[in-house]
Ligand binder design. Structure first.
Ligand code: C2O
Ligand code: CU
Length: 543
């Protein structure tokens, strides 16, 4: 296996991803950052120099389990102190599984400022995959605001809250087009940053599109006009292939789809992303599927209007895709038949001191000032609340379809300590928000693991009934899963990766407002911590 070195300088640059000039956090001047390409088993070394001047940074390798390197997970407050302006930090980790992953900032709401990109891990040469294709294309989906992430964060923490609102644009590989260009002085439709991305295809050939969503807020529907897609991979795991006209993808998820260039080659076709699950306030994001060898120029715009996607509020349609996503028959990893512990997490919108929050079992998560990994390994006392958050809620009495009676929550940086190697079930229960008749989709992401997706249900989860309906035969393994409106999602994982791991809603504003928890397992088995992860909170002077 190879070692692949990357030197990244993180800095603010003026960019125009949707033709409107905005400061973005860039890697070597680019947003999105470069795609990390590797082969299974390779070691990735990324030397990160923080040249933001007045802002910290940390980078998370989303979907990489960090086996043996929990300090390289890049989760500020959980696994490391932030990288201070002017400092350099080296992330070293092994990509132990093939598949499609991503990376992004994990500090404040910095991910939304442009620090993101993809990771593609190929199978070793000669090792077959359960499908064939000519070559691959990478598609990174994002949503984009003109307001700075500081203004967004300050608004979320204000009383009354100033919500971030719907994004101005949807980006594909960092490019989009703001529709009201004439209304913004700094908008320039001829700026090269916002020229539509092109995806070349040769008629008759089959392509693998590796698709990742790093959106801050939006659930998206992705479509390639006129072309059916066969879903073959989800979050690095082979899927029992199924065909879709369009694909729902939530923030933090990745998919591979196969498409065959079998349409009229004398024109081009749209790639389109559309908002679903929230009432859209953002125009379609577009790119061009360019046919080579036909009569039209590969650069020509398609003659049609871009696809508008399915109805934004068709939840049943999206649940069907979730249910269709199961393991490929030749690649089933059977889950343990039962769990040692079940944690039921009720997801609610709450208030604390008049501030809008999200909470699990009425506890809204706040990151500690000292990273858990260091505090636990070094026995630093008082670094976080040692009382664990509640394991369950009043599941028999709670009406998930109504606005809750007592919306007040508490804040905690307590965490769940899991017995090493035990099997843990988590059931995420979605509920009505603080507005009547509303419930959102929450994509939950687990660091350090892949979990089995055991089931989805509508309405209230009943621990006496629903576990009997779990799919223990061929559940897909994922690292991010949707919790659908008013529904529940059950997952299972083995707590066998020594470290401290965040588990949270991947909507940037929701995690910022407390929608997350943390798990610890086998921290005593973690090797010597690199001193570079320290330097904040109670770790100061500790080495
Ligand atoms: Cu992709 Cu904790 O996030
Ligand atoms: Cu959420």
């Amino acid at each position: 296996a190879a070692t692949r070195h990357h030197m990244w300088e993180i800095s603010y640059q003026f960019t125009s991803p949707d033709c409107v000039r905005k400061l973005a956090v860039t890697i070597n001047g680019q947003t999105p950052g470069p795609t990390i390409k590797a082969v299974q088993g390779d070691t990735i070394v990324v030397v990160v120099k923080n040249s933001l001047m007045t802002e910290n940074v940390a980078i998370h390798w989303h979907g990489i389990r960090q086996i043996g390197t929990p300090w390289a997970d890049g989760t500020e407050g959980v696994t490391q102190c932030p990288i201070l302006p002017g400092d350099t930090f080296t992330y070293t980790f092994v990509v132990d599984r093939p598949g499609t992953y991503m990376y992004h900032a994990h500090y404040g709401m910095q991910r939304s400022a442009g620090l993101n990109g993809m990771i593609v891990v190929e199978v070793p040469p000669g090792q077959p995959e359960p499908f064939a294709y000519e070559r691959d294309h990478t598609v990174l989906l994002n949503d984009w605001w003109h307001k700075s992430t500081y203004e967004q964060a300050a608004g979320l923490a204000s009383v009354p809250m100033v919500w971030v609102g719907e994004p101005q644009s949807l980006l594909i590989n960092g490019r989009g087009r703001f529709v009201n260009c004439s209304s913004e002085a700094s908008c320039n439709v001829t700026h090269p940053d916002c020229s539509p991305p092109e995806f070349p295809v040769v008629p008759g050939k089959t392509y693998r599109f590796r698709i990742a969503s790093v959106t801050s807020l939006s659930a998206l529907n992705f479509e390639i006009e006129g072309h059916e897609m066969t879903v073959v991979e989800a979050d690095g795991h082979y899927v029992k292939p199924f065909v879709v006209k369009n694909l729902n993808i939530y923030s933090g998820e990745t998919y591979s789809v196969l498409i065959t260039a079998n349409q009229d080659p004398n024109r081009n076709y749209w790639l389109a992303s559309n908002v679903v699950s929230r009432r859209p306030g953002t125009p379609t994001g577009t790119a061009v599927l360019s046919y080579y060898g036909g009569r039209s120029s590969p650069r020509a715009r398609p003659p049609t209007s871009p696809p508008a996607g399915p109805a934004w509020n068709d939840t049943a349609y999206r649940v069907r895709q979730s249910l269709a996503t199961v393991a490929h028959p030749a690649h089933v990893v059977a889950p343990p038949a039962r769990s040692d512990r079940t944690i039921l997490l009720l997801n609610t919108q709450n208030k604390i001191d008049g501030r809008m929050k999200w909470a699990l079992n009425n506890v809204s998560f706040a990151l500690p000032h000292t990273p858990y990994l260091v505090a636990m390994k070094r026995g630093l006392l008082g670094a976080y609340d040692e009382r664990p958050p509640p394991e369950t809620y009043d599941h028999a009495g709670y009406d998930v379809f109504s606005v809750q009676k007592n919306p007040n929550a508490t804040t905690s940086d307590g965490l769940y300590r899991l017995q090493f190697s035990s099997v843990v079930d988590v059931v995420l229960q979605n509920a009505n928000m603080l507005t009547a008749n509303s419930s959102e989709t929450h994509p939950w992401h687990l660091h350090g693991h892949d979990f089995w997706v055991l089931g989805y249900g509508a309405g209230r989860f009943d621990p006496a009934v629903h576990p009997a309906t779990y799919n223990l035969k061929d559940p897909i393994m994922k690292n991010t899963v949707a919790v659908h409106p008013f529904g529940w999602t059950a997952l299972r994982f083995r707590a066998d990766n020594p470290g401290v791991w965040a588990f949270h809603c991947h909507i940037e504003a929701h995690f910022f407002m407390g929608m997350g928890v943390v798990f610890e397992e086998g921290v005593e088995r973690v090797g010597e911590l690199p001193p570079e992860i320290m330097g904040c909170g109670k770790t100061r002077g500790g080495h």
